[in-house]
Design a protein around this ligand. Structure first.
Ligand code: HEC
Length: 115
């Protein structure tokens, strides 16, 4: 029993990440508030425009304000807006570096010059 404890602990640590389910229709992460975002953020453009974006709460708010000012996005009641912002900031936060790691030199084709 005690030998399986590390595996069990690892599972407990990883479980939330494994459980992060994605809605197959919209691509939205199914977390608190996702249905509100589904209802309000897919009418004019694909939800993919939302899921491919990363920003902190303030920048998400700026985008919403920009759409409200220029793209006819409707106004939200304060509680609905808070729910949307909580969801976006929690599930699509800024990422310092979204680039993949460089391909190791050993996996690259030989440079033409060295042939
Ligand atoms: C009333 C229409 C409308 C609704 C509803 C709407 N948007 Fe938009 N949104 C737009 C338009 C128009 C654009 C610009 C699309 C383009 O550039 O092709 C846009 C662009 C965006 C972008 C890209 C911004 C960028 O800088 O590239 C994001 C992210 C976004 N919307 C998120 C959302 C979120 C989150 C919601 C829900 C709160 C939402 N949108 C609801 C009209 C809307």
């Amino acid at each position: 029993m005690s030998r399986s404890l590390p595996a069990l602990l690892l599972l407990l640590v990883l479980a939330p990440a494994i459980a992060a389910e994605v809605d197959s229709d919209t691509g939205l992460i199914k977390a608190a508030g996702w249905e509100t975002v589904r209802a309000h953020c897919g009418g004019c453009h694909s939800h993919a425009l939302v899921t491919q974006q990363r920003a902190d709460r303030q920048s998400w708010l700026d985008m919403i304000r920009w759409m409200q000012a220029t793209q006819n996005l409707w106004q939200f009641p304060a509680d609905v807006e808070a729910q949307i912002l909580d969801y976006l900031a929690a599930n699509y936060p800024p990422q310092a570096d979204r680039r993949r790691a460089p391909i190791p030199a050993s996996l690259m084709p030989r440079a033409a010059a060295s042939n």
